[in-house]
Ligand binder design. Sequence first.
Ligand code: GDD
Ligand code: MN
Length: 389
Amino acid sequence: MNEAIRSGSENPRQAQDKAHDHARGTASRSAELSVVVPTFNERDNVTVLYRRLEAVLSGIAWEVVFVDDNSPDGTWDVVRALAQRDSRVRCIRRIGRRGLSGACIEGILASSAPYAAVIDADLQHDETQLPKMLSLLASGQADLVVGSRYIEGYKSQGFNKQRAGASALATEVAKKMLRVEIADPMSGFFMVRADRFEQLAPKLSVHGFKILLDLVASANGNLRAVEVPYTFGQRQHGESKLDSMVALDFLGLVLAKFTNDAVSLRFLLFAMVGGIGLVVHLTTLFIALRLFKVPFAEAQASGAIVAMTSNFILNNFLTYRDQRLKGFALLRGLIAFYIVCSVGLLANVGVAFSVYDQEPIWWLAGMAGALMGVVWNYAMSGLFVWRKK
Ligand code: GDD
Ligand code: MN
């Protein structure tokens, strides 16, 4: 610290220069390793993780970037307090966004360190592997080091049977379809060369949580990967955020990568919900016509309204679950959905009626009308109902 003062033999000018150099040196001494930690409601875990990192990374120029999606439990607040005491700690607090993959991408890109690691905040990953992972990258043996749960030496404490089975199946599907060679492409614990990541980043999906699989699949075999086994531990505090819906995210990612990004997850879910809407529509039409003896135009209109409502609910839960409308916004969204679809509904009934007029086959007319409505919903709801914030 006080080199300039200690070196008494120098003249004041020299000493000043040296002090300046030193200060500049300190300021420009950037981290070699950036540890990125995505967080959502991890208030009780972040300090423990920080202490563990500090202990295991001594001797390495490291920093930690917490990427918090505005956690209701105030995780970001705890991180800010840590950052005030240690400048190696940084916090990115994202407002109005959710998503594990997006958070990791943002955190890695926020740093200029040549190596970036991603580790969960909940202490389920083994941070003591980090120095070994860094030396594998720094020695040039690999571009990517994956903390793997499936290779020899793998032991699991925090994995229930059902989840282990589903995860193993997903891994097999991913490996076959995307020709991914690593044993555990579902891992959320890895370290990568930042320059390679930077190149691949524009190809990555911010949705979902399988960032490693995405990274490896997007690299098309051009990422030299090494795996290190680790013990998947028990979550200490809080709960897992990955619900059963993540299976959908996974499917979407595999499909998107398999079709070279031609088919997006949203497109797929939308089409699926549209298909369900068609069934709902036809069922309602059938019931109205046969059971309640409603005239055809009214029956067709009520089929459309029921289908519209169920489509809205399903899309809000599946297709747009990352932008899910809640409370007042849900009501506003439903009204917006009705409004944008009302034109479609007119077209729907109009088309169906004219078909029915010519050929009184109820299901043909119903289907033609519903199709019209679905196409309209598809285009407009993305524009007006679930608008990107
Ligand atoms: N910023 C942000 N945004 N962080 C999130 C979000 C989000 O929407 N969802 C989850 N996280 C954070 C959590 O706070 C935690 O630090 C980490 O991401 C992992 O989330 P968990 O909810 O603990 O996931 P998990 O334990 O069920 O799954 C983990 O293990 C899997 C392997 O079995 C993750 O690492 C997965 O990526 C991994 O595939
Ligand atoms: Mn976890």
